[in-house]
Design a protein around this ligand. Structure first.
Ligand code: ARE
Length: 490
C-alpha cells in the first residue's frame, strides 16, 4: 500500500478496521477508495471553479453599524461585499419580515435614513467592500392599509411610488389570489406570494418604476442586488427591467429551486448569478447526517448551477428560521457542525459563497435587538457575528490564496473525515466526528511549517492557531480534535 496513504486513527472506531500501533506507524486499512480524484488521478474540477471572493449578509444590521464594520472588520479581513436588508420604506412592526413588505421606494427603513445609507455605501466602498442591496421587485406590501415607517400612507394595491390597482396582477384564483400550486408556472408568477400584492412586472410602466428605484440605489454607489422572490417574476421580465439600467451591477437572483418544480434556477442565469438552494441541503446531509465522503462530486451534481453562476450558503435568513422550506438547515444553533460546514464551503471551489451573520432568535418572527452588534472588538449580546469567527476569517484568506486551483488529493476516510488540497496552494482536513483523529494526509504543498488558519492569523503574522508541518514527501501529520479542522495555505 502506498506509504503516503498511511492513516492512524486514534479512538475512531467507526472508520478504523485495524488498531493503531504503539509506535503510530502501522498502516491502517481505512477507506482509501474515495469517490473523488486520488493523488494519482487528474483533478476533475479544472473547468468549473468558484469565486475567489466571499461576501457576508449582515442581516438586519443598521446602516451606521455596517459602515463601521466595513472599515473595522470586513475590509481589513478581505470580505468582498456585504448584503444588506431591504433599504426601501416598509410596513411598521417589530418583526424582521416587515422589511419584505415595501410601501414606497423611499430609502428609509429600520436600517436607517437615506443619508445614513449613502454614507454607509461610500464608506464601505472606500474600505474595499461592495454593497449588495436586497431589492424587492416582485411585490409591494401584503393586503391591508396603514402608514409606512417613513410616514407614507398605503392601502390595498395603492402605493406612493405611485402604483395603482392596474399595476398589479390579479390572478383570480381560489378567491384569495394566493399561490397554492407551485407546479403551475403561470400561477407562481401571476398570483400573490401569501397576500403580498404582485406587481404586473410585464407592464412597461411598472418596469420603468422598478428600474428607476434600482437606478436610485446605483446612484448612491450600490454595486449589486439580491433580487428577492424573482421566481415569481419571469426571467424575461427581469431581463426587461434590467435592460433599462445604465450599468450592469452584480446580480444574484433568489430562485428557490430544489428540483421538482417547473421554474428552474438555470432559467435565470441569462440575467446573472442565482442562489443554489440545493447547496444548503448538501451541507446538511454531509455534516448533520455524516456523509462527508459524498461531497467530492459537488461540482458535477445533476441540477446544480454552473460554479460561476451559483451563490452558495450554508443557511440564509429564511432557512435558519424554518421559512422557505428550511427544515434541513444547519445554523449557528448547530455549533461546531455549522462552522465545519462553513469551512468546507469556503475551502471548496464552487460558487460565490455567502457567510451568514445572524442575531439570536427564539422564534421565527422576532426582530433584531435594539443594540449595535459590536462594541470595540466584541460582538454584543443578542448578536451572533458568525462572520467575525476566526475560522471564517481564516478561510476568507484561504479562498483568496487558493484562487483558481483545482481540488487535488481528495480523500475520504469513512463518513466523517475528509482531506483535500487546492493544488500546491492550500490544503484542508476536516474531522466531523466526535473522536480525535491522528493521521497523515497527503498534500501537494511544499515542505515547511504552516499556520492552521482555522484559528485565524498567518504564519508570518501572529499565527493564532497551531503551526503544522508538511514533510519532504508533502505529507501533513496532524492530530485533529473532535469536530475540528486544519487549513493551511501559502
Ligand atoms: C408574511 C406572512 C405571510 C403574509 C405576508 C403578507 O408570513 O403569511 O401573507 O407576510 O402579509 C418574508 C417572510 C414571509 C413574510 C414576508 C413578507 O419569510 O413569512 O410573509 O417576508 O413580510 C417562497 C418564495 C421565496 C421567499 C420564500 C419565503 O419563492 O422568494 O417563499 N423568500 C423571499 C425572502 C423572504 C421574504 C420574501 C421572499 C417576500 O427571502 O424573507 O418573506 O419578500 C417552496 C417553494 C419556494 C417557496 C417556499 C415557501 O419551497 O419552492 O419558492 O419560497 O415553498 O415556503
Amino acid at each position: 500500500m502506498n506509504n503516503r496513504f498511511r492513516l492512524c486513527i486514534a479512538t475512531f472506531a467507526l472508520i478504523m478496521l485495524t488498531a493503531c500501533s504503539e509506535d503510530d506507524t502501522q498502516t491502517a486499512s481505512v477507506d482509501t477508495s474515495p469517490a473523488g480524484p486520488t493523488p494519482e488521478q487528474p483533478a476533475r474540477y479544472e473547468t468549473t471553479q468558484g469565486s475567489a471572493d466571499v461576501f457576508v449578509h449582515l442581516f438586519e444590521w443598521r446602516w451606521p453599524d455596517i459602515a463601521a464594520e466595513c472599515e473595522d472588520f470586513l475590509g481589513p479581513n478581505g470580505y468582498a461585499a456585504v448584503q444588506i436588508s431591504p433599504p426601501q420604506e416598509h410596513v411598521q412592526g417589530p418583526e424582521w419580515w416587515t422589511r419584505y413588505q415595501p410601501v414606497s421606494y423611499k430609502i428609509e427603513s429600520r436600517g436607517g435614513t437615506r443619508a445614513e445609507f449613502a454614507d454607509m455605501v461610500k464608506r464601505c466602498k472606500a474600505a474595499g467592500v461592495d454593497v449588495y442591496a436586497d431589492a424587492l421587485t416582485n411585490h409591494m406590501a401584503g393586503l391591508g392599509s396603514g402608514t409606512g415607517v417613513a410616514g407614507t400612507p398605503y392601502s390595498d394595491y395603492s402605493y406612493a411610488v405611485p402604483y395603482e390597482y392596474d399595476d398589479f396582477h390579479h390572478c383570480g384564483r381560489y378567491g384569495t389570489d394566493t399561490i397554492a400550486d407551485y407546479q403551475d408556472l403561470w400561477e407562481v408568477q401571476t398570483c400573490n406570494l401569501g397576500t403580498l400584492t404582485d406587481l404586473d412586472t410585464g407592464n412597461p410602466a411598472v418596469q420603468a418604476k422598478i428600474a428607476a428605484y434600482l437606478k436610485d440605489l446605483l446612484s448612491l454607489g450600490v454595486a449589486g442586488f439580491r433580487l428577492d422572490a424573482v421566481k415569481h417574476v419571469s426571467h424575461e421580465e427581469v431581463s426587461e427591467y434590467l435592460a433599462l439600467l445604465d450599468s450592469k451591477p452584480f446580480l444574484f437572483q433568489e430562485v428557490i429551486d430544489r428540483g421538482g418544480e417547473p421554474i428552474n434556477g438555470m432559467d435565470y442565469v441569462v440575467n446573472g448569478s442565482v442562489t443554489e438552494f440545493k447547496y444548503p441541503i448538501a451541507m446538511y446531509e454531509a455534516f448533520e447526517d455524516g456523509q462527508l465522503g459524498m461531497l467530492s462530486d459537488l461540482n458535477t451534481r445533476a441540477g446544480f448551477l454552473p460554479a460561476d453562476k451559483a451563490v452558495v450558503f450554508v443557511d440564509n435568513h429564511d432557512l435558519q428560521r424554518g421559512h422557505a422550506g428550511g427544515d434541513s438547515t444547519l445554523t449557528y444553533k448547530n455549533g461546531e457542525r455549522y462552522d465545519l460546514a462553513n469551512i468546507f464551503m469556503l475551502g471548496w471551489p464552487y460558487g460565490y459563497p455567502k457567510v451568514m451573520s445572524s442575531y439570536v432568535f427564539e422564534n421565527d418572527q422576532q426582530g433584531p435587538p435594539e443594540s449595535s452588534p459590536v462594541k470595540g472588538a466584541a460582538c454584543t449580546e443578542g448578536w451572533v457575528c458568525e462572520h467575525r469567527r476566526p475560522s471564517r476569517v481564516g478561510m476568507v484568506a484561504f479562498r483568496k490564496a487558493t484562487e483558481a486551483a483545482p481540488v487535488t488529493n481528495w480523500q475520504a476516510f469513512g463518513d466523517e473525515v475528509i482531506s483535500f488540497g487546492r493544488g500546491n496552494k492550500g490544503h484542508i482536513v476536516i474531522n466531523n466526528s466526535e473522536e480525535t483523529v491522528d493521521g497523515t494526509f497527503v498534500t501537494s504543498m511544499t515542505a515547511g511549517e504552516y499556520c492552521n488558519v482555522i484559528a485565524g492569523g498567518t504564519a508570518e503574522n501572529d499565527c493564532n492557531g497551531s503551526i503544522v508541518l508538511v514533510d519532504d514527501d508533502g505529507v501533513l501529520q496532524i492530530s485533529l480534535a473532535p469536530m475540528s479542522a486544519v487549513a493551511i495555505h501559502n
